[in-house]
Write a protein that binds this ligand. Structure first.
Ligand code: ZN
Length: 382
């Protein structure tokens, strides 16, 4: 399996400058390519990025002598990035490519012209740039290319490497996951992952920093320092969150053979202003994204349950639907069979049985007739 790795670099002043120059080179070429493509398109000429790159190599590059002092591999990858951005746009996966701006996602990719780059320990010899150190040791491997990027004033190295891993032995069971506000995730086996809400904890600190930043002269060196502090705090918050999410999704994907979670309507939830901050903080999309790539790695199956399935309102014991459940009810009491369960646990049990096709049968509706159930649910909601 192909795994990604990203770690912080330990650089001296000269190296930091070299990294910034290469990131600037990459950005310059990307923006040149984008501007040229747009101008040609306006004149009715469509040009492939590969042809544009050839033209650049032969006729443009020599006009800019500063570029010959930097690694030429960088501009090759800048054109590749541009090509990817265009194909994502044409496939409908992304917006039209935007111009890169200094200080926003500064990065560049470099390789050794096809030769492998050896990785291992805390020192890496990069092509053109030379030896760099990392704070954290890397396992021994060889990679085709590395990407260097800047985040909140620090430089990071990232690469993908191939690793052979034995697939874990999974429990032949279906697990349902209910994501929520009060608890991050409730599993149908009654395991609960509590919320961490890093944003809320560090929010006071953040608003203090933002206040200090606002009251400084724009562009002054103190203003820049304050801005960096804010960026560092944001980075810390996202690191805490990412770490927690990875631990959770790895555990789930490595343990059960079938995993059921609800399709999320984050847009709708964000529109609810009372919930919006908490929801954004929980990064539900990231949770799903991680499960989506980890499940195939470990051989488990991810089932996304239709948004219209009333997992919260259905009784996991007798399948009757409770109409009067409100968002503030933390417990589910069934009017029909009298079952009494925590709300999130009830929902996760329903998701697990829905994924196994059980609740649909229990409703007395054939499996093929899910749309009828959907319509019933829709009418019950309106
Ligand atoms: Zn019941």
């Amino acid at each position: 399996m192909l795994l990604g790795f990203r770690t912080k670099l330990k650089l001296n002043q000269g190296q930091r400058k070299l990294m910034a120059q290469h990131a600037g080179y990459s950005r310059w070429v990307y923006n040149w390519g984008l501007a040229t493509k747009i101008r040609l398109y306006q004149e009715g000429i469509k040009i492939k990025t590969t042809e544009l790159k050839k033209f650049y190599t032969n006729h443009v590059k020599s006009n800019y002598p500063w570029q010959s002092t930097l690694s030429s591999r960088v501009y090759q990858f800048a054109f590749r990035d541009l090509d990817n951005a265009y194909s994502r746009f044409f496939k409908g996966l992304g917006k039209f490519p935007r111009f890169k701006k200094k200080g926003r996602n500064d990065s560049f990719t470099i390789d050794a012209g096809g030769k492998p780059i050896a990785i291992g320990g805390t020192r890496i010899k990069l092509p053109f740039i030379g030896w760099v150190s990392t704070f954290e040791g890397c396992r021994s491997t060889a990679v085709k290319k590395v990407t260097i990027s800047k985040c909140a004033g620090d430089w990071y190295i990232s690469f993908a490497f191939e690793q052979q891993r034995k697939k874990p032995k999974l429990k032949e069971e279906t697990i349902g996951i209910d994501l929520g506000i009060s608890a991050w995730a409730t599993l149908s086996n009654a395991e609960v992952f509590p919320s961490i809400k890093p944003y809320k904890q560090l929010q006071e600190k953040l608003s203090r920093l933002q206040y200090l930043h606002r009251h400084k002269v724009i562009g002054s060196s103190n203003w820049c320092k304050a801005q960096l502090k804010i960026a560092r705090l944001h980075r810390r918050i996202s690191n805490i969150r990412r770490d927690y999410l990875h631990k959770m999704t790895s555990y789930i994907a490595k343990t059960w053979s079938k995993i059921a979670m609800e399709e999320l309507c984050v847009q709708g939830m964000l529109a609810n202003r009372k919930l919006s901050k908490a929801v954004a903080d929980q990064a539900f999309y990231e949770f799903r994204r991680q499960l989506e790539y980890k499940c195939p790695l470990y051989g488990s199956e991810l089932v996304i349950v239709d948004r219209f399935y009333p997992s919260s309102k259905t009784c996991s014991h007798c399948q009757s639907i409770k109409q009067d459940l409100t968002l503030s009810d933390r417990w589910f009491t069934c009017n029909n069979c009298g079952v009494f369960l925590p709300r999130d646990w009830n929902a996760s049990l329903n998701l697990a049985s829905y994924a196994d096709g059980l609740s649909v049968k229990a409703c007395g509706v054939a499996n093929a007739d899910v749309t009828t159930v959907k319509q019933e649910v829709m009418s019950s909601l309106t």
